[in-house]
Design a protein around this ligand. Structure first.
Ligand code: AMP
Length: 227
């Protein structure tokens, strides 16, 4: 099994996940999976799923777990040869996090780490209102909806910090600063994650080697009697 770099880029709406995902894809050649982008594409195409999701998204609430888990599952299947994935805006609930672990485990891989961009609420509201003016994204143009999204994040998504902490995979990153500064912090963490994965692979190889050596020891003992 080839080593894969699978990163959950975590953080509230407006933390800079999309921007930093772009930078990370360019540097590491990973596949970017943003459930928000996939849903917006469905809306633009006018699919059934898009129509259902649109109303929920415009209220600033979360789309159902089954829908987003199904979307991620098919994207993983479409990208079997990928070097790794950046999950952006997914998982957002405990059920999604468990489903993601299961899906990756079935493919013989797992999450390398969660990198969490930390930004305070008032800064988020400010950033999103500016983004909304430029992009016209409906859920970024209304302060009430922005606050609802942050509330959804605090209630349903923030607890995932514990989920990944318990697996030793949670990494906090200061999300306030220039894009370049924050990117540097992310890259430093990824260097650490890569080293950690190399070490685990080496340990596995050594365990394997140990077994082989034991096998040889046994063969040596048996061999003289056979001669
Ligand atoms: P985003 O672009 O990640 O900010 O997502 C925009 C909106 O899409 C969110 O406010 C949710 O309504 C919906 N959405 C995106 N990803 C998810 C997810 N993983 N689970 C539930 N809803 C999601």
């Amino acid at each position: 099994m080839e080593k894969m770099l699978n990163i959950v880029l975590f953080g509230p709406p407006g933390a800079g996940k999309g921007t930093q995902s772009e930078n990370l894809i360019n540097k590491y050649g990973l596949v970017h999976l943003s459930t928000g982008d996939i849903l917006r594409t469905e809306i633009a195409r006018g699919t059934d799923l898009g129509r259902k999701a649109k109303e929920i998204m415009e209220r600033g609430e979360l789309v159902g777990d089954d829908i987003v888990i199904g979307m991620i599952e098919s994207k993983l299947d479409e990208n079997t040869g990928a070097k790794g994935f950046i999950f952006d805006g997914f998982p957002r609930t405990a059920a999604q996090a468990v489903a993601l672990d299961d899906l990756l485990q079935k493919k013989g891989t797992g999450i390398s780490g969660m990198l969490a961009l930390e930004v305070d609420d008032e800064e988020l509201v400010k950033r999103l209102l500016i983004r909304g003016e430029a992009s016209g994204r409906p859920d970024d143009r209304n302060e009430g909806i922005i606050r609802r999204r942050i509330e959804e994040y605090n209630n349903k998504t923030l607890p995932l910090k514990n989920y990944y902490s318990e697996q030793g995979k949670f990494h906090s990153i200061n999300g306030i600063g220039s894009i370049d500064e924050i990117f540097r912090l992310l890259v430093d963490r990824i260097i650490f994650l890569n080293a950690e994965m190399d070490l685990t692979a080496l340990e596995t190889d050594l365990e394997h080697l140990d077994l082989t050596i034991q096998d040889f020891d046994v063969a040596d003992e048996i061999a003289p009697e056979l001669l």
